[in-house]
Design a protein around this ligand. Structure first.
Ligand code: ADP
Length: 490
């Protein structure tokens, strides 16, 4: 199949969260299965500084917006270690400065215009390179206009035959913007209606995309069910319910080459499920980096996360004093996010020196070291569309302690009447007391029932989280979307 991936962030070029990992790894997995994959993303300033990109070509692209034609430069490159091609849309007024989700003006207000231009550019690029995709795979709200373009402006053109897939990586982010964005984009205003882009008098890019796309999927089967309900539907549950016959859940895989304890070059010692001895060196290294006591009996809990309400870390913050009193656990946190949560973690690092460490930064190398050196990884998320860190952790024999939600249900197998039969521990409700109890239970397993803890480590290391299974499921979804789109023209 000829598949165009359109995404705001893609590993290894630019990453804010799990979306970037998913798009990068899926593209590589599909390319290795013989598909013709082209990935399009904006050329942010950080990409110009990325030394490993080898640009093959550069040319101009005319982007047909509502009243104006914008001219962007296209930088063509290859995807490292893969046949997938990459195109960067360079339009400095929108992407030259700032970050992925914040324009050069330093505000998120321009995002509607930025990603309208990007969406139109991704489609106009196909004409420019004379390549017609069978599938246009859109990722989250930034690409919400694409399915609408295919159903209107492009419908009677060859490109309009392409089917679209909209993957929801996180329903919370929907791309609210001014109504004028539709005029700027050249989208007919009649699409500004309740079963389209309208939401509370504004444009909601994701909502419109969900109405217009051929098929929808999200990144785990459990999250696909959860977003049809009011609690986790983020105000779009009527839309997801309305489209439920076209809504699927496919769990993300992970890049098993980057995350492999047997040959990971970032960690102190390599190890495998057959010989875990190197893991102790990795723990020693992380204890030293984080300035924690080298206490052999103490379980080391790690958190690697964006520090936002979604991640449920306030549940943990509520119980830290209690945990410090009633257990010998040690904690190492790596993350950035909301100032208030950051401050609370720093506060506890000062209160419990040598037992509690907070690193407020984004650091992929440190993330590898922590995943390798931790005994447990903690993810008490309020909701978790898929979650990647728990899968990385299991590959490195680091046992997850998670809330029963979304992808954490689908990826961490749990046997609550004998935890050692599974790969991790979980708790049900958004409740600090439940989290407290399960952390103490995990600590007890680590000390008293060490052989059972080891069994859980091995169980996790034996799981297969590669993209192969998920890529096959995407192939079936693409095939059904192509059929559905074809039928729309009969
Ligand atoms: P989300 O997309 O909601 O942030 P995921 O678990 O799907 O959550 O993906 C987050 C990814 O970002 C994981 O690969 C995680 O290890 C990584 N990550 C998050 N925060 C940091 C950080 N401060 N430093 C390094 N990696 C991080």
């Amino acid at each position: 199949m000829k598949i165009l991936m359109v995404a705001p962030e893609v590993v290894p070029f630019v990453k804010v969260g799990g979306l970037a990992d998913a798009v990068g790894s899926l593209s590589k997995a599909l390319a290795s299965r013989g598909h013709d994959i082209r990935v399009v993303l904006p050329k942010y300033k950080s990409i110009s500084d990325f030394k490993d990109i080898h640009f093959i070509d550069k040319y101009l692209l005319k982007i047909q917006l509502g009243k104006e034609v914008a001219v962007a430069s296209i930088w063509e490159s290859s995807f490292p270690g893969s046949t997938a091609k990459v195109y960067f849309i360079e339009y400095n007024m929108f992407f030259g400065d700032g970050s992925v989700y914040c324009g050069p003006s330093g505000s998120e207000k321009d995002n509607g215009y930025r990603f309208a231009l990007f969406s139109r550019a991704a489609l106009d690029l196909c004409g420019q390179i004379n390549w017609l995709p069978d599938i246009i795979h859109c990722h989250d709200w930034t690409t919400g206009l694409i399915p609408a373009y295919l159903n209107t402006n492009d419908f009677s053109k060859p490109l309009g035959r392409a089917a679209s897939i909209m993957t929801i990586h996180n329903l919370q982010h929907q791309g609210y913007c001014d109504k004028e964005v539709l005029d700027y984009a050249g989208i007919i205003q009649t699409l500004f209606r309740q079963d389209g882009f309208e939401s509370f008098g504004q444009v909601n890019l994701l909502k419109g995309g969900l109405y217009h796309t051929t098929k929808i999927n999200t990144v785990s089967p459990s999250y696909a069910k959860e977003i049809r309900g009011e609690a986790l539907g983020c105000g779009l549950n009527l839309v997801t319910e309305f489209r439920s016959s076209d809504l699927f859940g496919i769990i993300n895989g992970i890049d098993v080459e980057e995350w492999n304890p047997e040959n990971d070059t970032y960690i102190a010692s390599n190890f495998s499920e057959k010989d875990l001895s190197g893991k102790q060196n990795c723990k020693n290294e992380i204890l030293s980096i984080c300035d924690l006591d080298n206490n052999k009996d103490a379980p080391l809990f790690i958190i690697i996360s964006r520090l936002y309400e979604q991640k449920g870390l306030d549940l943990f913050l509520n119980i830290i004093d209690g945990l410090m009193n009633e257990s010998n656990m040690q904690i190492a946190i790596l993350g950035t996010g909301e100032a208030e949560i950051e401050e609370e973690f720093v506060h506890f690092s000062k209160r419990y020196p040598k037992r509690f460490s907070t690193q407020l930064k984004f650091d992929n190398v440190l993330a590898h070291k922590m995943i390798a050196g931790g005994d447990f990884i903690l993810m008490p998320s309020r909701f978790e569309p898929c979650g990647l860190s728990q899968m990385y952790a299991m590959r490195y024999g680091t046992v997850p302690v998670v809330r029963r939600t979304g992808g954490l249900i689908d990826s961490v197998s749990v046997f609550s009447n004998d935890w050692s039969k599974g790969c991790g521990f979980n708790f049900e409700n958004v409740d600090s007391n439940e989290l407290f109890a399960i952390i103490l239970e995990a600590c007890a397993y680590y000390s008293k029932q060490n052989f059972k803890y080891k069994k859980m480590q091995i169980n996790g290391m034996q799981e297969d989280f590669s993209w192969l299974n998920s890529a096959k499921k995407y192939e079936s979804l693409y095939a059904s979307a192509i059929d559905a789109r074809r039928n729309a023209f009969l």
